[in-house]
Design a protein around this ligand. Structure first.
Ligand code: G6P
Length: 374
């Protein structure tokens, strides 16, 4: 049942639209609502015997490729905040190229939809040899990464067929947010924050359902962008990963050059590209980086940039005050969960661009769902 297209034309389209359900499945049985005296909490069965060791580790290293790496990047800030443990990021092939340092005191978290990606598997072997505690976050029960790590969490997003990962990405972020809650101390001072995130997780499928209503709007935007050569996506903070992942989607399936840019680096190079022709998506939803993104928008306006701004509902007027721009308004959620909502319009945009440009959505040229060779 899971592997036919149902009423959809393509698997990628179906997988984008089933995210409210896949997220619910990811969280099922793992979020505890709490009661009058009991705290809200998170239960990750596959980790329960290792939580203390993870908490005590000197460093958490996320290792992955492609979309899975981006999901880890999206979760990094909340892991850092709640665990107090330094979190570093490694692209599996780059870690191997450098033979980068991995220590016995490290927790190495392998993020992989398939659990079979050759680069990630080799990096796992390397981390095991170096004595790190290895955790797997995969969507595939019985996969090599699930089998060969010390412990782990299945994301339970359901079978993903489209080569471009969509629902696995959002479920991976949710699992890593739950991991942050599980590792973090449940202290009085962090209680309000933790409760807000847990409430936010409960409500997330509804917010994703709401953002999916932008489908037609994203199709209209795709019509405008159909003949472009290039598209930039600016993000920062929690949504730096959204910029990278949105650009990756457009590149992979719509075969259009697209680059995710850390907005804080704008003046160190990318600003030279800005003119009235190049389309630029700026992610500027409300969080602690919002005022910095507003100033980025002003600087882009000053250079006559062709802007499409993603903002929180109700903020269209304030983000576009300095010039003209097209706006994508999304529902606001807890800051660390916002990447789950924000990626959805970009997935829809990539999907529609691909169909309008006449390319194969589910099997983009030269790419494979699971890259099992080096
Ligand atoms: C391939 C796929 C991508 C995926 C990456 C990592 O490149 O085309 O969609 O993100 O591998 O795959 P994994 O299964 O390890 O998440």
């Amino acid at each position: 049942e899971q592997i036919n297209k149902g009423n959809y034309e393509h698997y990628m389209q179906k997988e984008i639209h089933e995210q409210p359900e896949s997220l619910r499945t990811t969280m099922r049985g793992r979020l505890i609502r709490g009661g009058s005296s009991k705290a809200k909490t998170v239960l990750l069965g596959g980790l329960k015997d290792h939580i203390k060791s993870i908490r005590r580790s000197r460093r958490i290293v996320f290792i992955g490729c492609g979309t899975s790496y981006n999901a880890a990047l999206a979760a990094r800030p909340i892991l850092e905040e709640l665990s107090g443990v330094p979190v570093t990021m490694e692209i599996a092939s780059d870690l191997l190229d450098r033979q980068g340092p991995i220590y016995r005191e490290d927790t190495a978290v392998f993020v992989s939809q398939s659990g079979e990606t050759a680069d990630s598997l080799l990096a796992l072997e390397y981390a095991l040899e170096n004595g790190a505690l290895c955790v797997g976050i995969t969507n595939t029960v019985g996969s090599a990464i699930a089998r060969n790590t010390h412990c782990g969490v299945h994301i339970n997003a359901g079978c993903e067929i489209g080569v471009a990962s969509t629902k696995a990405y959002t479920s991976q972020i949710v699992v890593m947010a739950m991991l942050a809650l599980a590792i973090g101390d449940d202290t009085i001072s962090s209680r309000t924050r933790r409760d807000a995130i847990i409430d936010g997780l409960f409500d997330l499928p509804n917010k994703v359902r709401e953002v999916l209503k932008l489908d037609q709007e994203m199709k209209d935007l795709a019509k405008l962008l159909i003949a472009e050569q290039s598209l930039l996506v600016f993000g920062r903070g929690y949504n730096y990963a959204t910029a990278l992942e949105g650009a990756l989607k457009v590149k992979e399936v719509a075969l259009m050059h697209s680059e995710g840019i850390l907005a804080g680096e704008m003046k160190h190079g990318p600003l030279a590209l800005v003119d009235e022709n190049l389309p630029i998506i700026v992610i500027a939803t409300r969080d602690t980086c919002f005022s910095k993104q507003q100033s980025v928008i002003q600087q882009l306006h000053a250079r006559k940039g062709r802007l499409i701004v993603m903002c929180s509902k109700g903020y269209a007027a304030s983000v576009c005050s300095g010039g003209s721009c097209r706006v994508i308004e999304v529902p606001q959620v807890e800051d660390c969960l916002q990447p789950v909502v924000n990626i959805v319009p970009l997935q829809l945009l990539a999907y529609h661009l691909t169909v309008l440009r006449g390319y194969n959505v589910d099997q983009p040229r030269n790419l494979a769902k699971s890259v099992t060779t080096l």
